[in-house]
Design a protein around this ligand. Structure first.
Ligand SMILES: [Zn+2]
Ligand SMILES: [Zn+2]
Length: 265
């Protein structure tokens, strides 16, 4: 294997721009980096290549870390800072003002505290009402949401806002430390879960992709919570889920706002 070279530099530069990429995207990017640097990819796998990049960027407290997309379960890599557990460092390079960071901070709290791992963009706009100084306009928050989506910190779909894999990887230590009373862990894979399937009885939550594997081919009344064994209400659109066998009433998870909402001050 070659030492740290042009391919690694190009890859790192691309990841600095993108923030995160799926494993397939990273693999194509890797081919491209070797092509541009006129080197042969040889025996480099994506994993061995990323390990080699991480060795070089570790002194700068940076790491390319692997996680999962909460919707699809697909592997995602993100370039993250491992310096501290503070959201404030996002101000560096992200070109955010102090007030924008404060809004993002509160939006993360709302998302983590919600029952669905999502909040409406209106909920985020309303954060301004809670600020003692009220020194940001709703129109400015709208611009901030667009900026956060563009920089891949949050996703927005049908008016609902959620944390992207990049955010989750970057903010996981912060969420686990500062929002430990709110955060839930998937009862199948044991890792942190924001968007998932809730048990209405015992408050346990499992990732959509864990549920789709765990409950595959089972009928509705066989889809039982792994903790309390109560029948779970599943989304009809679980990824890869064979819903043809699932009968009975299918009730989607209605995004409800922050029943457990609690401010971190
Ligand atoms: Zn899981
Ligand atoms: Zn349960």
């Amino acid at each position: 294997m070659t030492a740290y070279g042009d391919a690694q530099k190009y890859f790192l530069q691309a990841m600095m721009q993108k923030g995160s990429a799926t494993d397939h995207e990273c693999d194509s990017l890797l081919d491209e980096c070797f092509k541009v640097s006129e080197k042969n990819r040889d025996q480099w796998t994506l994993s061995s290549f990323i390990t080699s990049v991480n060795k070089q960027i570790q002194p700068f407290h940076l790491e390319i870390r692997k996680g999962n997309d909460e919707d699809s379960g697909q592997d995602v890599y993100a370039l993250i800072s491992v310096t501290d557990h503070d959201i404030n460092h996002l101000v560096i390079g992200g070109n955010f003002t102090k007030i924008e960071i404060e809004i993002f901070h509160r939006a993360v709290d709302l998302i983590v505290s919600s029952n669905t791992g999502m909040v409406s963009s209106t909920d985020i706009l309303n954060i301004t009402e809670e600020l003692p100084q009220k020194n940001i306009l709703k129109s400015e928050i709208e611009i901030l949401i667009t900026k956060l989506v563009k920089q891949n910190w949050i996703g927005e779909k049908d008016g609902m806002v959620y944390l992207t894999p990049r955010s989750i990887l970057e903010l996981e230590p912060y969420i686990k430390a500062e929002l430990k009373n709110e955060v839930l862990y998937c009862n199948i894979c044991k890792s942190m879960v924001l968007k998932g399937v809730n048990c209405k009885r015992c408050r346990s939550r499992i990732h959509l992709y864990c549920a789709s594997t765990y409950f595959r081919g089972r009928s509705m009344d066989e889809c039982k919570c792994p903790v309390c064994h109560d029948v779970m209400t599943l989304l009809p659109s679980l990824p890869n889920m064979d819903t043809s066998r699932v009968n009975g009433s299918m009730e989607g998870l209605t995004p409800t706002i922050n029943e457990r909402r609690k401010r971190r001050r």
